[in-house]
Write a new protein. Structure first.
Lengths: 352, 352
């Protein structure tokens, strides 16, 4: 000690990095998939090409649903995914993505960055050799496409619906029979009547698949995804080797990408929704009966999971006070302003 | 040509930059002021100290309301401010900040980054040798503090209110008499009755000033600031000299800071609102009569300004279709999800 020289400063500060990222998304979902290339572009530009990440769409290197696991085992250095895809491995993975009836995208950002959400999620992820940062949000998703109207709980009995993971477990308590079907097969399954309903994302992504032609009832809200966080996951050992300037840069660029994905969806969804309705989609809100029963079913699932899984319990319980405070506060200025503006919209006062 | 060497790559890629930023905010408004130091910290970290910005609070170098002008004239390289502070110089400055009855913070981000808002604002700013990027948002502000209840338009007649700029021009059409009073003098003015009301920001910032003790009626929403964009302004000549990697880095770090300020406010405002109510604030929504009249007054002001100022007209009209589409779309999933969650909040179902 004392006689060794530190490595030359330039080499330390700006090493050349070439990483691979496994995305859970196909390129056809251009907005959610686009978060991966967007992070890569921001990093490459800011470092004059020294920090490069090559992004692989779902299935190119590993199946989309394996992107997080491929990061844990070091097949790739990083992933762009949604934590709940790993919920079968450990339900606590879902807590960093979305739990039914928790937060809107706006509230989720506050919880992630300043409500302790991200820290708690990263404490959980350590056992999987991962560290994550938010990298996108879709906003509240739609409640999916249905061949028939769904007015009461009786209408849900035996309903075969393409819906996965934790959301599937919640709605199965209401009599829905969850189905696992790959994205490309959903349209044909609805057309043939093999399934009665499907959830997908929101108007912009849904509009590419033409569901309105075979299952025209388009329900809202997607109560199982009020504000799903899409995340960047990094292999922890690889992350730890980055110099501090690169770590800071990744965090800044990830947060910019996080906001930007939601802003993109918010700019695209309105026009897409109008087009869907013009081409036959019939918009329907879920009834209060269904929403209330689903909320109670979600709470039952949370009690079951909390009894079995300490990491789930810790994260879920941390959300509760934050959620209560947010939805109290939001009733004042935000909600009243939005409500007034929506009334003007209905009265035709907002457009030229 | 052809015989000169380009400058050495290292020097070009990572030059040492030392800039000064004039903030329009006092350090006591820690969250909105904090956006300046946050951008500086992100840049300094990502460049290992090569890109430094020293931030000066309002009044340290130039008065807070002169921060943008000091950037135009080159006194400083950049500013952290809100465009509407310059509205007296040119009303079109307000368009990149907020106009009454336009957008929530969520919609504003979509409009800024993907609805053409930022491009249009920067086209306008060129004549002032400026380029700007969003650098924060407060969310929908509160409607201010009032010594007496304000139920009808009659209650606004002759009301002396501390409210500035474009908002002041709108409410003056309703009979309010706008007053200009420095932040530090508001409390005493309300206590003595020199003024009847004041607007400030939202619960977190308002709670530091104790207005509930002298003007307890706390109205919402602050319809003149549905989602005000706080911006970083750069002197265009200085900006143009930055290498491309620094330009990209600034944009990424500014956008991260933009989201982060709103997330900070959203995490702090809920608890602050509860404390304000516990210490005497009486929450009141503005009546529909007042909101509707204010909306019509705002539209009159927009017609007047559009007739006088082409830059205002161009930017304002670009907002209209975007606003209409957003407030149609938002009525589906986002609003219905939030409404359901607020009902559960009122029923005591969200907290442990």
């Amino acid at each position: 000690a004392g006689t060794t020289l530190a490595a030359p400063a330039i080499a330390q500060e700006m090493p050349s990095i070439n990483w691979r990222m496994a995305s859970s998304f196909p390129t056809s979902l251009d907005t959610i998939y686009g978060g991966g290339p967007e992070l890569a572009k921001r990093l490459e530009e800011a470092t004059d090409g020294k920090f490069k990440i090559q992004v692989f769409a779902a299935g190119e290197l590993v199946p989309g649903l394996d992107a997080i696991n491929a990061t844990t085992d070091g097949t790739v250095e990083c992933a762009h995914s949604v934590g709940y895809y790993n919920w079968g491995k450990d339900p606590a993975f879902a807590c960093g993505a979305d739990l039914p009836f928790t937060f809107s995208g706006r509230a989720k950002a506050a919880y992630n960055y300043h409500g302790g959400g991200l820290e708690k999620y990263n404490q959980f992820l350590e056992q999987y050799d991962l560290i994550s940062f938010p990298g996108g949000n879709t906003g509240t998703q739609m409640g999916g496409w249905y061949r028939k109207e769904i007015n009461t709980l009786a209408d849900l009995q035996g309903l075969k619906m393409r819906i996965a993971g934790l959301a599937g477990r919640v709605v199965s308590k209401l009599g829905v029979v969850p189905q696992q079907i790959a994205g490309g097969d959903i349209y044909a399954s609805l057309e043939k009547g093999t399934i009665d309903a499907t959830e997908w994302v929101g108007p912009y992504d849904d509009s590419k698949l033409g569901f309105q032609k075979v299952a025209p009832y388009y329900y809202y809200p997607g109560f199982w995804e009020g504000g799903p966080t899409v995340s960047f996951f990094f292999n922890k050992a690889q992350w730890d080797q980055l110099p501090d300037n690169y770590k800071s840069l990744v965090r800044s660029c990830a947060q910019a990408t996080d906001q930007n994905m939601l802003a993109k969806y918010d700019s695209k969804n309105p026009a897409a929704l109008k087009e869907l309705v013009a081409s036959g989609a019939k918009l329907r809100p879920f009834s209060e009966e269904i929403l209330t029963a689903a909320f109670e079913a979600a709470n039952e699932v949370y009690a079951e999971l909390s009894a079995e899984n300490e990491w789930f319990k810790t994260q879920y319980e941390a959300m509760l006070q934050f959620r209560d405070d947010w939805y109290l506060y939001a009733q004042t200025s935000e909600y009243t302003f939005d409500t007034f503006m929506m009334i003007q919209q209905r009265n035709g006062k907002l457009a030229p």
